[in-house]
Design a protein around this ligand. Sequence first.
Ligand SMILES: Nc1nc2c(ncn2[C@@H]2O[C@H](COP(=O)(O)OP(=O)(O)OP(=O)(O)O)[C@@H](O)[C@H]2O)c(=O)[nH]1
Ligand SMILES: [Mg+2]
Length: 450
Amino acid sequence: MLNDSSTIAAISTAKGVGGIGVVRISGNDSLKIANKICNVDITPRKAHFSTFKDKKNITLDQGVVIYFPSPASFTGEDIVELQGHGGVVVLNLILKSCLSYGARLAAPGEFTKRAFLNNKLDLSQAESVADLINASTEAAAKSAINSLSGSFSNKINDLLNKLIDLRVFVEACLDFPEEDINFIDQGKVDKKLKDLNINIYKILDSAKQGQLLRDGVKVVLIGQPNVGKSSLMNQLARQNKAIVTEIPGTTRDPIKSDINIQGIPIHLTDTAGLRNTEDVVEKFGIDKTWESIEEADIAIILADVTVAPAKYEEIIINQLPKSLNKIFVKNKIDLLKQNSSITYQNNEPQIFISAMKGDGIILVENEILKIIGKEKSSSNKEDLFMARSRHIEALEKVKSALNNATLNLQAPELVAEELMIAQKSLSKITGEFSSDDLLGQIFGEFCIGK
Ligand SMILES: Nc1nc2c(ncn2[C@@H]2O[C@H](COP(=O)(O)OP(=O)(O)OP(=O)(O)O)[C@@H](O)[C@H]2O)c(=O)[nH]1
Ligand SMILES: [Mg+2]
């Protein structure tokens, strides 16, 4: 795949009906193929009006053809764009015509993969192309474009250069042992390691926020039947997603809704109320509630403020995973004529709300943000970048290697070894040391035509 010189083609615009649709061809034969399909003299970087024909010389469509010669193109190869009318059938006919003249159908993400292989983008920038396309909130899109324009890669490369400098110094000391009497002091290795550590903490903080923007947070609403879970779901989603009735056991299947709080995507799940029941259908619903709990990052545990806590509630709470973040919410305060409020018990928040009246919803939203660290994060919204779990894993590895190096300052060989591990992990982010498997996985997630 690395040296694949075939010419590829795909419909690059979204499937469906639109004013314009684009078929893109990339590779050595792009111009040759376009010359067969079009009836104009195609000059680089000029928009030409042309008919598009098939092999039997039948006119399929008319539109604009543009030729971007290598290397100044998205993929770095010769690219031709055929811009026709945006109908599924007509675009497929144009694509077929390209294939009949020798192009191969592009695999998902293959254009971007070629851009990466031709050094047009590094790996984290290529990933942010997919993230930008898939961004579900404005904040996510902004951070993806930041990454695409290189803000993440620049930070990583900056850190990488500092790391390499230090590594060269330490390795040199190993090669000339007679001069290493006090290598730590001379090179101020300790201070440099500390600086690197501070840098890595900052990048990790931003990367974690970036990952949140990309992947969002899973929040599950649980509690006994009839406490107002579906009512709260509807308030948070600002639309009637779930059926609300006074009959306990109304919700059966988990109901999902994707919302965003201050630009953070939140994947909400409303669930069947937890109780001992003989109703077979309800039992299935309750099993699904437990499945949703297992997947969740945060559980909102709802109870009716007018009802004394039942023993069963305690049993539920004790069964929840210890690592699950919990927000306790007492609902229906309107019945007690109280206002919304928040208190903390053993560091666990308890919020008093009225889901019916929409009172206290903002307290719940703020608590979610607080748990995910949005409030205390030091990173500025403007310099957020998209990050994925593989980036976070790599950065965590760098952090622990730097810590190990600091702990082993008396043994230069170990410091050198740890710095090498740190350098390798960091390079994986921009793709210098990435395996074919990883590339296949990353580009496989793209849509065809990108
Ligand atoms: N007074 C008052 N009634 C509420 C409030 N929230 C919900 N209710 C009522 O409580 C009943 C149950 O509400 P739901 O939102 O369906 O409760 P649920 O927890 O989803 O119930 P199940 O799906 O059966 O588990 C309905 O009659 C709601 O109108 C509230 O804040 N105040
Ligand atoms: Mg319900």
